[in-house]
Design a protein around this ligand. Structure first.
Ligand SMILES: O=C(O)CCC(=O)C(=O)O
Ligand SMILES: [Mn+2]
Length: 222
């Protein structure tokens, strides 16, 4: 690829380093792609989003402050508040529509989902999560979307994390998957409603994100 081609599409490559259902240590329906995308270019795009829709610690329906700071882009954004979880066209912090999903983000997620076996993935929501040391995400299912035939594509930038994934019941045993900068995990079909979460982030330093980890989850919410 020559230099000018590279500058037009900085992160539109899809790694062949895929570990999918054939590997017995991942649940059926989970695909893990290492070194999947250009995290530096993706982070630049994320930064344009969070200038317009700042990261914030949302409140859970139970009234506690989430340890992960969040924002969204796309036509719908996931929000949590005392009233419950929902997708909203409006950012409650700014009163404005969420920023449009940058083409680089959408096209990268679409290409990775295609690689994992979902050729028609067209996300309308991208939740941005920022973890600082100690931040975590408890076991949960992603079930606020309307169509569970559509997968979730989850991309990791910056500090490494331990992602845990279990079964269809909260108490089912979990296994841990290391997610590093540039890794993508796509879970759909039999895995779409598996309980999952993230262990408390270990303190560290990453050249791109300093003392944080950024996670992007692309969803079809509508
Ligand atoms: O940060 C991650 O790797 C997972 C995030 C997640 O499960 C979510 O945002 O629903
Ligand atoms: Mn989730």
């Amino acid at each position: 690829m020559n230099k000018s081609e590279k500058s037009i599409q900085p992160s539109l490559f899809v790694s062949d380093d895929i570990q999918a259902t054939a590997r017995e240590d991942l649940p059926e329906g989970v695909a893990l792609i290492h070194h999947a995308f250009d995290s530096s270019a993706m982070l630049d795009a994320v930064n344009t989003v969070i200038e317009a829709a700042p990261l914030r610690h949302m409140e859970t329906p139970g009234g506690s402050r989430m340890s992960v700071a969040m924002s969204n882009c796309g036509s719908l954004g996931w929000v949590s508040a005392r009233g419950g979880y929902a997708y909203s066209h409006i950012d409650p912090k700014t009163g404005l529509a969420w920023p449009a999903m940058p083409a680089l983000l959408r096209e990268t997620a679409t290409a990775l989902a295609k690689r994992a076996g979902y050729p028609h993935f067209a996300p309308d929501a991208c939740l941005i999560n920022r973890y600082e040391a100690g931040a975590q995400m408890g076991l949960h299912q992603d079930r606020d979307e309307k169509d569970f035939s559509q997968p979730i594509a989850s991309l990791s930038i910056g500090l490494p994390a331990k992602f845990i994934i279990g079964g269809l019941k909260r108490r089912d045993a979990v296994r841990s998957i290391d997610l590093n900068d540039g890794d993508a995990i796509i879970f759909g079909s039999a895995a779409r409603l598996l309980f999952h979460g993230v262990r408390p982030l270990k303190a560290g330093h990453h050249a791109l994100t300093s003392d944080t980890r950024i996670n992007l989850t692309f969803r079809v919410a509508r």
